[in-house]
Design a protein around this ligand. Structure first.
Ligand code: 3EB
Length: 318
């Protein structure tokens, strides 16, 4: 008797174009579509990253919003124009709309959110746009959002300030939120990093009870405790970010009872502040044991101005 095929994973990520995807990220020049991200691709398997979640029961896209519902997972993407560069209000409006869409739906749990907007480091001190964004987000979210917060990324895109863009992976059941033993939880960052602490977890463990758990790593930078490391040295920053990723994967293994080896990376994004750092970054990634053909290098600004690189990715259990 031939063995029965393994049950299909609830989620699968590929760098190929396909209309059947739940989420189809497209990276490139600024454009108003809700899933078009204005981070220029620098190197990698292509400008499109697709997340599959089985059959799509319903999907729609309109001005400033897109959604798609599968069985276990859903996409909700919301873009809001910044009136006169007011990122705080735009962030609050975007999060209000996101929660209005998601909470009464069949997929009320936010597992992972990508936050994109231009000129993230513009403004000084508490006026920095990233810090204003954090204030707007904190103002708009509900109690469920922080208990615990989703895994996330916040990256500065190319172009001039015009809109804030949220792309959220939602689900019918919660994920297991992960923290990183090498890093202070972001919600406990001290006051020096802004008036409100950022609301995100370091990672999310999906389908932990199934045959194919997945670990989604949040945007991971060269931060140990709450302190930025290796300022001015992008190679050392990437090395430290990879050490943080290793620690997160080990934490996932502790919680899931399944290993998440670097070789099982399904997709990794490397955001570089300076395109000229590409060669150094590729060298560090090649030495890490990550599958280099699944790594997409993008131009993007880390929300801490002193840092030059951030990584995020998805890992399948061994
Ligand atoms: C950090 O560790 C880097 O504000 O949603 C990473 C992931 C970062 C998400 C967010 C910020 C966010 O603090 C920055």
């Amino acid at each position: 008797m031939s063995p029965s095929p393994a049950p299909a994973a609830r989620l699968r990520i590929a760098h190929a174009d396909d209309g059947a995807a739940l989420i189809r990220f497209e990276f490139g020049a600024p454009a108003p579509e809700p899933l078009r991200v204005a981070c220029a691709p620098l190197h990698g398997p292509g400008p499109v990253e697709t997340w599959f979640a089985g059959g799509i029961r319903e999907s729609a896209e309109t001005v400033g919003a897109a959604w798609a519902h599968g069985k276990h997972y859903a996409l909700c993407a919301v873009s809001v124009e910044e009136a006169d560069g007011d990122i705080e209000t735009a962030a609050a409006t975007a999060y209000e709309r996101l929660l209005t869409c998601v909470r009464p739906s069949e997929h009320p749990y936010l597992l992972r959110i990508w936050n994109y907007f231009a000129a993230i480091n513009e403004g000084e001190g508490d006026d920095e746009r990233y810090r204003r964004f954090c204030v707007g987000r904190a103002r708009a979210v509900d109690g469920m959002f922080n208990d615990p917060p989703p895994a996330a990324t916040a990256i500065g895109t190319d172009g001039r300030p015009n809109r804030v863009q949220l792309i959220a992976l939602c689900a019918s059941a919660p994920a297991l939120a992960l923290e990183n033993p090498r890093q202070t939880p972001a919600w406990r960052y001290p006051r020096e990093f802004g008036p409100v602490s950022p609301g995100f977890s370091r990672g999310a463990l999906l389908d932990a009870e199934s045959d194919s758990p997945r670990l989604l790593a949040s945007g991971t930078a060269s931060i140990v405790g709450h302190v930025s490391q290796h300022v001015g040295d992008v190679g050392a920053q990437l090395h430290e970010s990879l050490a943080n990723l290793d620690a997160l994967l080990a934490e996932g293994e502790r919680q899931a009872g399944r290993a998440f080896p670097l070789a099982n990376c399904e997709a990794l994004r490397v955001y570089l502040r300076r395109p000229g750092d590409l060669a150094i970054a590729r060298e560090a990634i090649a030495a890490s044991g990550l599958p280099t053909d699944r790594v997409l290098y993008l131009r993007g600004d880390v929300c801490r101005r002193e840092l030059d690189v951030e990584i995020e990715g998805a890992f399948v259990a061994a």
